[in-house]
Design a protein around this ligand. Sequence first.
Ligand SMILES: O=C(O)CCC(=O)C(=O)O
Length: 289
Amino acid sequence: MEIKNPKRFNWSGEFTSSMQKAYADDGFLVIDEFVTTSVCEKLLKQSDKLIDDFNVEAHRVAFSATEQTHAASEYFNKSATDISFFLEEEAVDGSGNLLKKKHHAVNKIGHALHELDPVFSNFSYSSDIKKLARGVGLRKPSMIQSMVICKQPFIGGEVNIHQDSTFLYTEPETCVGFWIALEDATVENGCMWAAAGGHSSSLRYRFRKNGEEMEMITLDGSPMPICDTPLPAPSGTLVILHGRLPHYSAPNRSSESRYAYAMHLIDKNADYLSDNWLQRPKTFETKQL
Ligand SMILES: O=C(O)CCC(=O)C(=O)O
C-alpha cells in the first residue's frame, strides 16, 4: 500500500475554495493550529475535572448487575442526554474491577458535552465552528453528538474502521465529524487513518434500533477502501471527516495519551431517522449553531 500524506491547511477565519476542493476530493480536511494551546489546555483540564467527579464505584455496580449487556446498552442509550464515561476494555477485569487508576482507565466521555458542560459548550458553539459547518455544506447545522476520546497510554483501544453516517444516519446523508487533537496525535499513539477519496463510495452499514435491541445491518457488503492516509495531528489540529469517509485509529501502546474532542453535526433540513441509536426527547434543550 502506498502511504499518502494529507494536505494541510491553516485557519485564517475563512473557509477557502482550496479547502472546499480538498474536502470534496479527499473527504477530509486537516487544519493545523485551529485551536490555541491555551484553549486545548482548558478543554483538557475540564476533561480531567469530569473524570475527577466520575463515580467509578457506582459505574462498577451498575455494570456488574445480572443482565450485563442490558445494563451496558441502557447506559449507552442514556448517554445521548448526559455525560457518561466508558472504560478502556483493558482497564477492567472480568468482574468489572479497575486495573488502572480511573484517570488512566476512561476510554471516552460522551455524548452531550456540547449541551451540558459549560466549557465544552462554549467551545462547540463558537463562531469558527459555525463558519466551518456552513463551509462543509450544512445549511442548517445541528450538533448532535460530542465526546472526548482519551486513547490512554499502553491500553488505548482501537477504533475499528467505520463511516460516521453508519451511526448518525440522515436522509439524505449529512453527517460530518469535527475532530480536534487536544494532545499530539501521532502514528505511535494511535492517530486516525483515512481512505482518501473513500467518501465517494457507498455506505456499508447502518447501526440501528430494532425494538429494544440495536443491530448492525449491511447495506453494501463490499470491502471498505483501504485507509492509506495517516492523519497525524499536533495538538490544536482540526480534522473534518465526511460522514461516508472510512477511517479508523489503531490501539495506543505508547506511553503518551492522545486526548481528542470530537463533535458530530448533521443538517436539520434532512430527516434524522427515529431508529438511530442517539435519540433525545423534545424537552432536551439544544442550542442553535
Ligand atoms: O479518535 C479516534 O480515534 C476516532 C474518532 C472517530 O472515529 C470519530 O470521531 O468518528
